[in-house]
Every structure is written in C-alpha cells, then in structure tokens.
Design a binder for this molecule. Structure first.
Ligand code: NAI
Length: 334
C-alpha cells in the first residue's frame, strides 16, 4: 500500500524504514503537517498516517474521501485529535497503536515526580555554576506517600506498580477499575476523595468531554497543600489558568507536564528562535517548581519500534481485509 506519512521526523523515517523491510509498503515521508493544502500531496496514496499534532476534523476527512484515501493510520494511542464519527461517516477506517510502551510513559511520569520533589533540575543548574549550597534543595521521601492515579488502564496500571515499588499507598480513580491493580493494593475512590488524599496526583486517562479540565479551580481547592501534580495524559485534562493560580497561592507544590492544552504548533518544533506568544505557557516557565517536557513521554527506542511495527501491520491488515484489530470506533451513544 502507498502511505503518506505526515510530519515525519528523522526518527520516524529511521524506525519506519527498518520495520518496513518486513512488509514492503511504499512509504512517502512528508515533513510538514496535514491540512487542506498539504492533503493534495497524498493524492495517489491509499492511506494517510498522522501523529498527535495533526488535527483531523470532519472537513479534512471529507476531503480525504473525495481524494480516494481509504484509511487513516494513527501512530499514537490517543485519538482525541481525530473526529472519529466523521471518519465513520466517510467510511474511512481509523487504526491506532493502542499499546506501544506503557512503561515509557509511566517511567517518564516517575522521572518527573523524582526530578521535581528532589529538585534535580535546580540542583544540576547550581552545580554547573559551581554553587554547591543545599539551601532550598530539600526534598521528601516518596516512600510512604499517597499517590493518586487517575485512569488505571495500560499506563496507569504500570504507574501503580512502579509507585507500589517505591512503598507508596496508591489510590485509583477509573470508571472501569482494574482487577490486577486491586490485587496490587490500589484502593479505588471517587475523584474528590483522590484529590483530597493524594500527595502526588498523576493523570493517565484519555481526554474526553467528561475529562476535559478535570483539574480546575474546584479540584485544586480540594487538594492537599503542596501537592505534586503530574500530567502525561493530554494537556486539556488541566485548566492551565486554574493550576497557575494554585501555584501562585502555594496550594500546588510541584507541577510536572509532558502535555499542554495549547501545545499544538509549539511542541515537536524547534521554536528557540521565536518569541513565545502564549503568555499562559510563558508564565508556567517562570516557576521554579514546574518542569515541562515537550510530549516526549512516549519517546523511547522500544516505543518507536512498536509504533512503526504496529502502524505498518495495521496498514497490511486494512489492505488485505478492510479491517484490523486496532480499529478506533466511535463511542456508542447511550
Ligand atoms: P487506556 O485506554 O489503556 O487507559 C485509560 C484508562 O482511563 C481506562 O482504564 C479508562 O477506563 C480510564 N478513564 C477513561 N475516562 C476516565 C475518566 N474520566 N477518569 C478516570 N479514568 C478514566 O489508555 P493508556 O494507554 O493507559 O493511555 C492513557 C492516555 O495517556 C492516552 O489516552 C493518551 O492521552 C495518553 N498518552 C500520552 C503519551 C505521551 O507521550 N505523553 C503517550 C501515550 C498515551
């Protein structure tokens, strides 16, 4: 199958080329975003492949259908950037990579927690300046703390296992609690109870209309003073202005973000020569107790191998049978 791979970075090319040796699809790499104009370049392709930073809305899907594009392949687990209902209406099957490395994301969330509570970024900057004073660098033990995990699916359950290994008490909140997590000792509670009890809160649920801004001013008000909040899920799980108010008041002790609600057009790009226009993001960068990474939690060698392999397997299955085991279906209306 001929596949247009949008927003292809050097690392995408490396891993897709390597995995494609086994399956032999025709891969056309495009190093820019998918939009109404760039879509025309995929005219002769049967499938389009996008990452999380391309918004695929109803208009774009209609244009794809007119162009004869048969399939949409996501090289991500999350699919909140695609209008799945519109894809179904256009009869364009959408396939994702539901599990490529839950370890990668959970380990990154853990790295953010440790870096924040042990002030590693500040310590590193000081030592480089020849300043070996410990003033202001006191941290706290993770052992014995209460960690609240919101969403205990693939990534959240790995996170629960890691946090249990540190000797933490783990609270979970999930509309579909997991038996393996329960066996691990995770106590499931409602969201307000989790916010009230947790020393550290880590978000691992998808972004849906229900979870949009699940951390807002009301949620922040419930939290323990000095709480550490980690978001490696999706940016808009947090109302950024509300959490900034929480940091300014001292309620939020630490904030670790790998995702940001307005990350589109900024993350995954080298913007170092540009002036940041987003004042809310610029404010976040001023706090000593905030650490931000640019959506890199997934980014390990192991995850890249799996993303490339599973995306190409999805392409092969769709080409052969019109369907595949990783189809993303619209949520049934209840
Ligand atoms: P998953 O589908 O295995 O687990 C998600 C869990 O969240 C499920 O158990 C579900 O029942 C639960 N859930 C749904 N709505 C909820 C709500 N309102 N409150 C609490 N729990 C809720 O997904 P997985 O693989 O664990 O990924 C989780 C999210 O992590 C993805 O949706 C994606 O947004 C994000 N992600 C971020 C990456 C990064 O690089 N930063 C990489 C991969 C995923």
């Amino acid at each position: 199958m001929k596949l247009a791979i949008y927003n292809a970075q050097g690392y995408d090319k490396e891993y897709f080329d390597r995995e494609n040796l086994r399956v032999g699809h025709e891969l056309c790499y495009l190093d820019f975003h998918l939009d109404a104009d760039t879509l025309k370049l995929a005219e002769s392709c049967e499938a389009i492949c996008v990452f999380v930073n391309d918004q695929v809305d109803a208009d774009l899907l209609a244009a794809m259908s007119r162009l004869g594009i048969r399939f949409l392949l996501l090289r991500s687990a999350g699919f909140n950037h695609v209008d799945i209902k519109a894809a179904e209406a256009q009869q364009i099957p959408v396939a994702n990579v539901p599990e490529y490395s839950p370890n990668a994301v959970a380990e990154h969330a853990t790295a953010l927690i440790l870096s924040l509570i042990r002030k590693l970024a500040r310590a590193h900057a000081r030592v480089r300046e020849g300043n070996f004073s410990l003033e202001g660098l006191m941290g706290y033990d993770l052992h014995g703390k209460t960690v609240g995990i919101v969403g205990t699916g693939r990534i959240g359950s790995v996170m629960a296992r890691i946090m249990t290994g540190f000797g933490c008490r783990v609270l979970g909140h999930d509309p579909a609690p997991s038996d393996p997590c329960r066996e691990l000792g995770v106590d499931y509670v409602d969201l307000p109870s989790l916010f009230r009890a947790a020393d550290i809160i880590s978000l691992h649920c998808p972004l849906t209309p229900d979870s949009l801004h699940m951390i807002d001013a009301k949620a922040v008000a419930l939290m323990k003073p000095g709480v550490c909040v980690i978001n490696t899920g999706r940016g808009a799980l947090i109302d950024t202005r509300a959490i900034i108010d929480g940091i300014k008041s001292g309620k939020i002790g630490y904030l670790g973000l790998d995702v940001y609600e307005e990350e589109e057009g900024m993350f995954f790009e080298d913007c170092s020569d540009r002036i940041i226009q987003d004042d809310v993001f610029a404010r976040l960068l001023t706090f000593p107790n905030v650490e931000i990474t640019g959506h890199q939690a997934f980014f390990t060698r192991e995850a890249m191998v799996n993303i490339a392999r599973i995306t190409l397997e999805n392409a092969s299955a769709l080409e052969a049978s019109g369907t595949c085991q990783n189809l993303v279906l619209p949520k049934p209306v209840v």
